[in-house]
Design a protein around this ligand. Structure first.
Ligand SMILES: NC(=O)c1ccc[n+]([C@@H]2O[C@H](COP(=O)([O-])OP(=O)(O)OC[C@H]3O[C@@H](n4cnc5c(N)ncnc54)[C@H](O)[C@@H]3O)[C@@H](O)[C@H]2O)c1
Length: 292
């Protein structure tokens, strides 16, 4: 399946959230008829259909999926501290199972799911472990020691099961920190002062509008199967050369290639070649000399 979203009926879960609100707007601008599923009423949300409900509820998800062609599943507790460990884990895995299992059983062709860079576990690992190598890629070994990362790893398994069981194509995005240009710029200022804090996320970021663009491509690119993709801006959020950051903060981590300038040390080959994704909004940062 590929092509236009004009007239396609798309369910967006978590539609009032940071990524969901922008995705709902951008998909609507592309002609999609969006059903917005939200657990909180949000008067600013504009969609073809708005359903207030819970992605853990079989009834609410069944109602939201009525007449739908495509699914974008973003609803989640988006941080380990967004609830108790039990709440974060169960909300995320039950919601993803519920949405994909029902969508699959209904014969819906395609779903896009928000996984996370945290599916590889290292960024929230309290032992301060470093990645097995740079650039991060979809095969990087995982080292999970928190319930949020575990839930995202589990969501990727659920996606694969749903495809094997029902043949629903699923694109899971390992999003890095996603935010508005304004907040990303502020974060980059913090990264200038304290760059070590970005090492385990490979100093990656993504503008919310680019997250919505990736979602559009995930819904329309010609593919089949269950695929997970790292997706990020091509540059880092730190105003230093990537090689000097890695020399300073990950000197013993193997580097599988060199990273010119501020190139992000994540392998974006899969998302570029399969989906044709290239970020449209990048931080324009000066390059300073790293002194430690
Ligand atoms: N923003 C990021 O930096 C980032 C990075 C990696 C992954 N993600 C993932 O992307 C997705 C969207 O993230 P976001 O930044 O927009 O988060 P967000 O918290 O702004 O949005 C998530 C939305 O899901 C809703 N929600 C939570 N539990 C629900 C439930 N049981 N039923 C229905 N809705 C529920 C929340 O109310 C919220 O509106 C999440 O799955 C998150 O884990 C986000």
């Amino acid at each position: 399946m590929s092509g236009s979203l004009e007239g396609r009926r798309v369910l967006v879960t978590g539609a009032a959230g940071r990524i969901g609100s922008v995705a709902t707007r951008q998909l609507t601008e592309l002609g999609a008829l969006v059903t917005a599923l939200t657990i909180v009423e949000d008067p600013s949300l504009k969609a073809d259909r708005i359903i207030v409900g819970d992605t853990r509820s079989e009834q609410d998800v069944a109602a939201a999926l009525e007449g739908v062609d495509l699914v974008v599943h973003l609803a989640a507790l988006a941080h380990p501290t967004s609830g108790t460990p039990y709440d974060v884990y169960t909300t995320n895995v039950v919601s993803t199972f519920n949405v994909l299992a029902q969508a699959g059983a209904l014969g819906i062709d395609r779903a896009v799911v928000a996984s996370s860079i945290n599916a590889y576990g290292v960024p929230f690992n309290p032992d301060n472990v470093l990645p097995a190598y740079f650039p991060l890629d979809e095969n990087i070994p995982t080292d999970v020691a928190d319930w949020y990362s575990l839930s995202k790893q589990n969501d990727e398994n659920t996606a694969r099961m749903a495809w094997r069981r029902w043949g629903i194509d699923v694109v899971s995005f390992r999003f890095p920190h996603v935010n508005s240009a304004e907040i990303l710029t502020r974060q980059a200022e913090g990264m200038r002062a304290d760059p070590v804090r970005g090492v385990r996320e490979a100093w990656s970021y993504l503008d919310t509008r680019d997250a919505a663009y990736a979602i559009e491509l995930g819904l329309t690119a010609p593919l089949s199967g269950a695929h997970k993709f790292f997706v990020a801006a091509g540059t880092t959020n730190a105003p230093y050369e990537t090689e000097s950051l890695l020399d300073a903060f990950a000197p013993d981590v193997p580097r599988l290639r060199r990273f010119p300038g501020r190139q992000v040390p994540i392998d974006l080959t899969a998302v570029r070649t399969v989906l044709g994704f290239e970020a449209r909004y990048e931080l324009d940062l000066p390059t300073h000399q790293l002194e430690i």
